[in-house]
Design a protein around this ligand. Structure first.
Ligand code: SAH
Ligand code: TYD
Length: 398
């Protein structure tokens, strides 16, 4: 039994993915011997309908000066964040001089859209290298974690913030209660919290268990967000499904007096019917993960038996879960092509598959390419149109 991070009650483990390294811990050969591992198990709290990691490395081990994820590495995501900003401006910006905060603002891709006179913005971004890029682009990026201690030094934003934004970051924050208290301290009476995160329902449907890794401490659903924020002076007032990262959900929260969109009740009914709000869905997911692992190992072994070469495409953090859970090393996948300068020339966490500059993908031929960045399928297939023509085959675990 494990302790729920929200209720502190004992909750059962659902699935154990085994020994895992830091998902974004791409490393040099000389560091193989001192690589850090932890046991990655997942449990489910029925009280708050929340899937969560049992153990995880300390946030400072993951979010530091060498964080290798850059929001701007995907054109599609850059466009998504522009649309997200425009949508929020139309729907939620009512006054001039609106004060906004973004959590996990990374290289400033989202906040860039608010660099206008009628906004005052602040980005909390603890990973120094990406925060510095944002600063160079004129973003007020604070190289710190979002918590009450760090917030109170920005007087202008205490009790006066209109909107707090986030994307793919709230699920990274182990102390969710401290996160909500910090939002409470920052927001004014009509303030709203708007964030989008990978959606539990989409993960169940696709059996995309690779959404689970050290940074993703929580896998949220509408039911879980509603229950957790209800503990405080907040309520879920609206939701908007997104097609990013394989299926995400955007949540809008306001103080308890705010009007609630009735469509939330429909969503809650769907989550009940599909067992997303209770433990049965999680237990079904466990079975599906085990099946998926068997099928993938069988598929890859068959390809190797035929003497064909396999490479990977997209050295995602998600790939760390697939490779380590399914025990796939460089004997099966020769290398992984990627665009990120901080990953190229290094090796994948745990399984130590070499990461190679994506520009060589079209120069070398691998009959099979495992698309680890499956959520960027369209963008990548457009970039690598000649691969299929040459007889190459994209494969995934999905
Ligand atoms: N929002 C961006 C980046 C997501 S990656 C996008 O969707 O592309 C998650 C980011 O959140 C990382 O840049 C990480 O450094 C940052 N982060 C992690 N914990 C945080 C915290 N407690 N407060 C603020 N940012 C955090
Ligand atoms: P993403 O799924 O956003 O990341 P993660 O699972 O780590 O959260 O994928 C980002 C990775 O994919 C990053 O290493 C860059 C790589 N990538 C490419 O190599 N080519 C591309 O065209 C895109 C969009 C991403």
């Amino acid at each position: 039994m494990f302790k729920c991070k929200i209720t502190k009650k004992k909750i059962p483990q659902i699935i154990n993915f085994g020994k895992m390294p830091i998902a974004n811990g791409f490393l040099n050969k000389k560091d193989f011997k001192k690589e850090f591992f932890y046991n990655m198990g997942v449990s489910f709290s029925k009280d708050v309908s929340l899937m969560q990691l049992n153990n995880h490395p300390k946030p400072e081990m993951m979010f530091n000066a060498n964080y290798p994820f850059f929001t701007s590495s995907s054109k599609f995501m850059k466009n998504h964040f522009k649309n997200y900003a425009n949508w929020a401006k139309r729907k939620y910006v009512k006054t001039d001089n609106t004060k906004i905060i973004e959590i996990g603002s990374n290289d400033g891709t989202f906040l860039k859209n608010f660099k206008k006179k009628n906004f005052q913005h602040l980005g909390f971004e603890p990973s120094k290298n990406v925060s510095e890029i944002a600063k160079k682009n004129g973003i007020n990026s604070i190289t710190k974690f979002f918590n009450r201690t760090n917030l109170i030094t920005f007087d202008k934003f205490v009790n006066k913030t209109d909107l707090i934004f986030g994307a793919n970051v709230v699920c990274h924050i182990p102390d969710l209660l401290e996160f909500i208290l910090t939002c409470d301290l920052a927001l004014n009476e009509n303030g709203k919290i708007i964030f989008e995160e990978p959606y539990l329902g989409s993960m169940y449907k696709k059996v995309s268990y690779d959404q689970i890794y050290d940074e993703h401490i929580y896998m949220f659903s509408i039911s879980s967000i509603k229950k957790i924020f209800n503990i405080f002076d907040f309520q879920l007032i609206d939701v908007f499904p997104q097609n990013t990262h394989g299926g995400s959900m955007r949540y809008v929260l306001g103080r308890k007096k705010t009007n609630v969109n009735k469509k939330i009740n429909k969503w809650l009914e769907i989550e009940k019917k599909e067992n997303i709000d209770n433990i049965s869905g999680a237990l079904e997911f466990k079975k599906n993960c085990e099946l998926s692992k068997e099928k993938l190992q069988y598929k890859l072994n068959n390809i190797k038996k035929k003497g064909k070469l396999i490479c990977g495409y997209g050295a995602t953090s998600k790939s760390t879960t697939i490779l380590n859970y399914c025990n796939i090393d460089s004997k099966i996948i020769d290398c992984i092509f990627d665009t990120t300068p901080n990953k190229i020339g290094k090796y994948s966490p745990g399984m130590h598959i070499p990461i190679i500059d994506y520009k060589y993908f079209s120069k070398r031929f691998y009959k099979y390419a495992f698309l680890f960045a499956w959520n960027h399928k369209k963008e990548i297939e457009e970039k690598e149109v000649s691969y299929l023509k040459k007889g190459g085959k994209w494969i995934t675990h999905l």
